[in-house]
Design a protein around this ligand. Sequence first.
Ligand SMILES: [Cu+2]
Length: 476
Amino acid sequence: MPDPHEHTGREHGRPPGEHAPSGTAGHAHGGHGPVAHVAPADWHAAYLRALEAARPEPGCAVVPVELEAREMDWEFTPGRATRAWGYDGRIPGPTLEARVGDVLEVRLTNRLPEPTAIHWHGLRVPAAMDGTEMVQRPVEPGQTFTYRFKLPDAGTFWYHPHVHETVQLERGLYGAIVVRGPGEPQLDAERVLVLDDVQLDRNGQIAPPGGWREWHDGRQGDTRLVNGRWEPELTIAGGQVERWRFVNAASARHVRLSIGGRPFRILGTDGGLLESPFTASEVLLAPADRVDLAVGPFHEGETLMIEALRFNRGSFARARRETFATLRAGPAAPSRAVIPDALRRIEPIVRGPVQPTREIRLGWKLSGKHGVDFTINRESHHRAEPCRVGELQVWEIVNASPIHHPFHLHGFFFQVLAVNGKPPPFLSWEDTVDVPARGRVRIAWVPDDRPGSWMYHCHILEHHAGGMMAHFDVVR
Ligand SMILES: [Cu+2]
C-alpha cells in the first residue's frame, strides 16, 4: 500500500535518511505508516529564538512550573486503583494560573515509557511553542524540555500531549490553564471543572484501544469524570454565585451541559469573556471546548444534577442523558458577586456578506485497516494552503459525514459567522467549534504575526489520528 504521507515528510525538509522518532508518528496516526509529520531540520533554532523572545510585559512576571509526566495509580472510582498517566501524579494535572502579560515557563520532564510533548490548547503562542510534531521533536523518556511563552489573553485554556493522543489523553494527561485579565467579574468563588470519561475493564484498568466501532465513534468511556473522579458530589454555599470554568477533555464525548435544568449565565467561551453574560439552561461543550459560567444562587438544601443531556452526535453508541456530578447547596452565605452587563468589547471581524476564502471538507473514506479513514478535502493528513499574516480568512467548514466533528484551529482565535446558515446567538472568540453532522460552519479569523507551521483538525482524538487533520503555514 502506498504511504500517503511520504511526500509530506519530504516537503518539510526531512533530510534524506532521517527517520521519524520511532514509536511516535506511527502511534499518533493510528498505524498509517512510519512517517506522518516531522519537524523540519531547523526546528531547534526556531525554538531557541522563541524561548529567548519570551519576555513578560512591564509589571508582569515569569511563572515557573515544573511538570512531570509519569505513570501512577489513580482512583477514578473510590477504592479501586487504576494504572494511569498524569502530570505530577494527578488527574487532571495542576491548574496553571497566571495573568495576562506574564510569561509561562514550563519544564516538562518525561517519565513515561514513550515520547511525549505538550500542546497549549487555545494559547496564542509562537508556532515553535505549539508542541506539535510539526514544530518540535517529541520529548524522549528521561528527557526534559522547556516551553516558554507570553500569555496574551485571559481565559480558560488547557494543556495536553500532541503525541499518541488517543492513549496519552485517555490515561489522564491533561490539565487546565487559567489566565486572568484586568477587570474580571468578581464572583463569590471560582472553580475549574475538567470533564472527561474513561473506559475501564472488569479489573478496573483502562481498556486498551481498539475496534472499528471505537475508531468510528472515537472512544466514549462509560465512567464519567469531573476533575479525575467518577461522578463526585460537589457543594456550593446557598445564595452564592460562583464562576465555574469548564473544560471538556474527553476524547470523543459531546457534553450538552445542564445544571439541574436551571438557568446559568455564560460569561465566556474558548477565547475569554463574551461581550455580556448570556443566560441559558444548557450549553454544548464539544470535545476540547471550554465555557465559563456564573452558577447559582441556589437555596440551601437543594440538590441538582450536573449532567449531559441527550445529544445525538451520529455515533453508533446510543445517545443518553448521563450524570457527571451531584451538586448540593449547603448553608446559606452572603453573596458579594457582581456580574456587570458589559464584560468586554469584541469587534466583529466581518460585517455584511462575505465570500469564503477556503472550503474545508470533513469526510471519510473506506480503509482496509480501520474500516474507515478520516479526511480533510478527501485526503488523510491533508497538506493545506498557507495563510498570509494580516489577510482575512473566511473558512467554510463542510461536514460531509453523518457524525459531528469538533473543529479545532491551533494558535489563533476565530469568530463563528454561521452554523448551518444561521448566526450564533452571541459574538465570541473560539478555537474549537462543533460542526454538525451533514452541516456547515463558517468562521472568520486573521492571522497575526506568528509565522510558522500550524494545524487544524477534528478534536475527536481517533478522528485526528485517523487523518482528519491538516497542517499549513502562516507566512509573512
Ligand atoms: Cu471527528
